[in-house]
Structures are given as structure tokens and as C-alpha cells.
Design a protein. Structure first.
Length: 100
């Protein structure tokens, strides 16, 4: 599948997303690509896991899945994160996460 975004891969029950997070932004939004990761600006500050929770909430809302379906797999204290989302297929995720 040549048009598959580099930041997205399929898992058994959903997708895995490579994210470059930028906390403390003026608003939460998908910006575009940062290398092979999806760059997402997060309004919440990087304190007490608040930016991670905002990122999970935003991805759940964008992908139309419950918050419990979005898991931070790697990178809790890093800008480079790996997120797994259960209950969404690769094609739908690619369409819904396309940078504006």
C-alpha cells in the first residue's frame, strides 16, 4: 500500500501512530509531518501527564473511538510517542488523521 502514511501502521485490532507532540500550544491540532511522525500540537502543558491525556482525548475524538481505546505505548515523557488505537482500521485512520 504505497499511499499509506509513514506515521501509521496496522495492528491486530487497530492502528499504531508515531506522534511528535508539541505541548503548550495555543490550541490542540494536527499540524503535519515531523520526519516520519505525525506532528500534533497540544494545548495542555507537559506537567503531570496532562499533555498525554489531552493527546489521547484528541485522538479518540478525531478517530471516533472511546478514550479507553487509545493507549500511550511509548514516550510518556518524550515528544516522540507511540499511540495504539483499537477499533479503527488503517484506511479510516489515514483519512481522519490527514493534516489539514
Amino acid at each position: 500500500m504505497s499511499n499509506q502514511p509513514v506515521f501509521l501502521s496496522a495492528t491486530a485490532g487497530g492502528v499504531r501512530i508515531q506522534v511528535h507532540a508539541q505541548p503548550g500550544a495555543s490550541r490542540s491540532q494536527i499540524v503535519g509531518l515531523h520526519g516520519e511522525a505525525l506532528k500534533i500540537k497540544i494545548k495542555a502543558p507537559p506537567e503531570d501527564g496532562r499533555a498525554n491525556e489531552e493527546l489521547r482525548r484528541m485522538l479518540a475524538e478525531t478517530l471516533n473511538v472511546p478514550l479507553s481505546s487509545v493507549t500511550l505505548v511509548r514516550g510518556a515523557s518524550s515528544r516522540q510517542k507511540v499511540i495504539e488505537v483499537v477499533g479503527v482500521d488503517l484506511a479510516s485512520a489515514a483519512q481522519l488523521l490527514a493534516p489539514n
